[in-house]
Design a protein around this ligand. Structure first.
Ligand code: C2E
Ligand code: CA
Ligand code: CA
Ligand code: CA
Length: 279
């Protein structure tokens, strides 16, 4: 019942409340008329559990609006998906991240893997592959530095088309992660067919994992199954030492969460890298 509640909160409401209408208006304005004013990409470090080294980061969009203050992506991304703005926003995010990867490589920060979230609409857009080819060329990016995060539900909607698009992306050298893993109710047997590099275990399962018998059982099974399929396992939302200890004990490969760092603006991410903080 808990998981159901959590999932329906993630899928978002259908009816537009006055607040949503306001957010949508401001979003339209910011994207279409103000050249992404108030938008910024934050980077949340991803850490190798065995070495405690930063191996990459997840790129997360932030929006600070003059009327509304900060608006969470959990609020505006679903709206952007329903009105189509997500295509422009997604392209902006990819461009920002690729430009940043290029800058960081030039300043010697290399090699790290940068993850970018794709929404279903972007993933299914016919121009996606060409856009990515263009960005990789234009910013002279080693394709393996870019990892695209797709959710489990997204790829299960139309398995054959998803595999086709994923194979195209993989043929460019780009990596693919399955995000929010464990929440999609998918027939896990399907996983074998997908050209995936990484599984990201959803925060729901990680939260309180040592104390919750069911979550512990599921997390352990997810890690084991992922490893049997030669996939890298990343745990999301790691907040406590106890959670980390459990993940380490069960050989999870990498982790991301407030325990190590919140998502950071690019300059703070650079400082964080330079300080080479380890647990
Ligand atoms: P997600 O892809 O599952 O991203 C992980 C979310 O968990 C982020 O929320 C991150 O800030 C948060 N998080 C990380 N560590 C912890 C932790 O230890 N505890 C807790 N409680 N939370 C943690 P954020 O940045 O608010 O993003 C929410 C969702 O919005 C993302 O979920 C993703 O689905 C979407 N999103 C964010 N940026 C983008 C983007 O550039 N493009 C698209 N399409 N979606 C995005
Ligand atoms: Ca993600
Ligand atoms: Ca996630
Ligand atoms: Ca999510």
């Amino acid at each position: 019942a808990n998981l159901k509640k959590y999932l329906s909160a993630q899928t978002g409401a259908q009816k537009l409340t006055p607040r949503m209408q306001l957010v949508e208006r401001e979003l339209q304005l910011a994207v279409k008329q103000k050249y992404f004013e108030g938008f910024e990409i934050y980077y949340q470090p991803i850490i190798d559990i065995k070495t405690n080294k930063i191996i990459g980061a997840e790129s997360l969009i932030r929006w600070q609006n003059s009327e509304l203050g900060p608006v969470s992506p959990a609020e505006f991304i679903p709206l952007a998906e329903s009105n189509g703005l997500i295509i422009d926003i997604g392209h902006w995010v990819l461009t920002q991240v690729c430009e940043q990867i290029n800058n960081w490589r030039k300043s010697g920060i290399y090699p790290l893997t940068f993850a970018v979230n794709l929404s279903a609409i972007e993933f299914n857009e016919p121009e996606l592959i060409n856009k990515i080819i263009h960005l990789l060329n234009f910013y002279n990016i080693e394709p393996g530095c870019l990892e695209l995060e797709l959710t489990e539900r997204m790829i299960m909607q139309d398995v054959h088309t998803a595999i086709y698009t994923m194979n195209k992306l993989r043929s460019l050298g780009v990596k693919i992660a399955v995000d929010d893993f464990g929440t999609g109710y998918s027939a896990l047997i399907y996983l074998k067919q997908f050209p995936i590099n990484t599984l990201k275990i959803d925060r729901y399962f990680v939260q309180d994992v040592p104390n919750d018998y069911q979550k512990a059982a599921i997390t352990t099974a997810l890690i084991q199954m992922g490893h049997n399929l030669n996939l890298k396992l990343v745990a999301e939302g790691v907040e406590t030492e106890a959670e980390l200890a459990f993940l380490r004990q069960h050989n999870c490969d990498a982790m991301q969460g407030y325990l190590f760092s919140r998502p950071l603006p690019k300059l703070e991410f650079e400082k964080f890298l330079a300080s080479n903080k380890s647990l």
